[in-house]
Design a binder for this molecule. Structure first.
Ligand code: PLP
Length: 453
């Protein structure tokens, strides 16, 4: 299995990026209850023949859709060790927590957070953004809100109109409601209008509402735009509200000397959501929440329960239990694959890889700009390029081109909607993507533009 998987990754380019799973493969997973076990080799054969060839393709160098990391063999090996070790990282005194806290300390240093900072692994930035809403709610109304609920307090939050969809959903899941998230317009570069946000906060306050949270975005999912985080930090400080930054897409631009200045102000966030499974190439899943003050996390999540009582010493001891600082009790050892990735490659090399993906995005943007039959659909932020055939008045041709590319199985950009019409969107996240893949994307889009017109 190990040999096969290493070979698979080494030769990933030669296999289809994506192909529809045939009926036979799907039938393998419509079996009855497996009351009697069978040989491991047989189970492996089903995986090899009926699962592996029909993945989503994010390990393939031509994958440019949505925002997904490509993984590495190092991460894969670490996952094998973590599974064998089988730690439950919810609490108690064991070494897995030391690994997780090492990652927290490294991230606090990288992002300029103080010694009071804490953090933890989560499935992804969707969960990290959700936790930030809960933490901000407790900061605004006090820990009693956990028992009493928000009652009549009219909490309102602020974010860019380009904020990721998980943020309104976080407001829904928190019971505050997505109507209480004010979506503030963006400028031509996709950055939130800070003056408009300030006006909205003042108007809400005058109307008796209670502003409690500003969410900045470091890399919007549509175009990779980075909000003016310094200005948002100033506004949050003046308004006395929690300042959270969704850095799921762009946070690790901090590792690239040329790009880091675009994230100026990120060190002033009260909390930060980011994903190791995107640009940092850690295998799924590995989201993270970093919080300026661990006390805010404990006020939001810690609870007294007899079966989780703590001892002074021994296995039931330890002063840091993840179940006190987040919602999960049973948790896997996500820190290990992350630690292996960071220590094996090193942040300098990972930063160069991230810089390379942005250079590829710039190459794509330049090729599109130079091609009369294509047009950029938005300014290029970080590693995201949106474009269309010049004659695609309503965006439908862009969508058909992307669908055809997926079916061909060599390249997979995705589609987004900008200014009311669809566009081809390429987010260069995968460390395996090369300049030749970019050039092929331009050539294939032009070919399909001619053929589908
Ligand atoms: C990917 C992404 C999210 C969601 O993160 P998950 O890890 O998929 O939960 C949120 N915000 C932005 C900007 C993203 O790119």
């Amino acid at each position: 299995m190990l040999d096969d998987m290493l070979d698979h990754l080494e030769h990933r380019r030669d296999l289809p990026l994506w192909q529809a799973a045939p009926a036979g493969a799907r039938a393998a997973f419509r079996a009855g209850l497996p009351r009697a076990g069978g040989p491991l080799a047989e189970a492996y054969g089903v995986f090899r023949d009926s699962v592996l060839p029909y993945g989503a393709g994010n390990t393939h160098p031509g994958f440019m859709g949505w925002v997904q990391g490509g993984g590495t063999a190092v991460g894969m090996l670490a996952e094998m060790l973590a599974a064998g070790f089988n730690a439950n990282c919810g609490g108690r005194d064991h070494m897995a927590h030391a690994v997780e806290r090492q990652i927290t300390a490294w991230m606090a240093e990288l992002y300029g957070f103080p010694a009071t900072a804490d953090g933890l692994f989560l499935t992804g930035a969707s969960q990290a953004n959700f936790l930030a809403v809960l933490i901000a709610r407790v900061r605004a109304l006090g820990p009693a809100v956990r028992q009493a609920g928000t009652g009549g307090a009219r909490l309102v939050a602020y974010a860019s109109a380009e904020v990721h969809g998980c943020v309104p959903r976080a407001m829904e899941m928190a019971g505050i409601g997505s109507d209480a998230l004010r979506l503030i317009p963006v400028d031509a570069a996709g950055r939130v209008d800070v003056a408009a946000m300030a006006e909205r906060i003042a108007a809400d306050r005058a109307a008796g509402a209670r502003p409690f949270l500003i969410v900045g975005t470091a890399g919007t999912v549509n175009t990779g735009a980075v909000d003016d985080l310094d200005a948002l930090a100033d506004l949050a400080a003046a308004a006395g509200v929690h300042f959270h930054v969704d850095a799921a897409l762009g946070g690790f631009a901090r590792l690239v000397p040329d790009l880091a200045p675009r994230l100026a102000g990120i060190a002033r966030a009260d909390s930060l959501a980011f994903d190791f499974h995107k640009w940092m190439q850690v295998p799924y899943d590995a989201g993270f929440l970093l919080c300026r003050d661990g006390a805010w996390q404990r006020e939001t999540f810690a609870a007294d329960t007899a079966y989780l009582s703590r001892a002074e010493t021994g296995l039931a001891g330890g002063d840091w239990w993840p179940c006190d600082v987040g919602p999960d009790l049973s948790r896997g050892f996500r820190a290990l694959k992350t630690w292996f990735t960071l220590t094996t490659y090193g942040l300098d090399r990972l930063g160069r890889m991230i810089g390379q993906t942005c250079a590829l995005a710039a190459r794509l943007a330049a090729r599109v700009a130079a091609e009369p039959r294509l047009a950029l659909a938005a300014p290029v932020g970080l590693n995201v390029v949106c474009f269309r055939p010049a004659r695609d008045a309503d965006g439908t041709l862009s969508a058909r081109i992307v669908e055809a590319l997926h079916a061909e199985g060599a390249l997979a950009p995705s589609v987004t909607r900008l200014d009311g019409r669809l566009a081809i969107r390429a987010a260069i996240v995968n460390h395996r993507t090369t300049a030749a893949d970019i050039d092929r994307l331009v050539a294939d889009v032009l070919r399909l533009e001619g053929a589908l017109g």
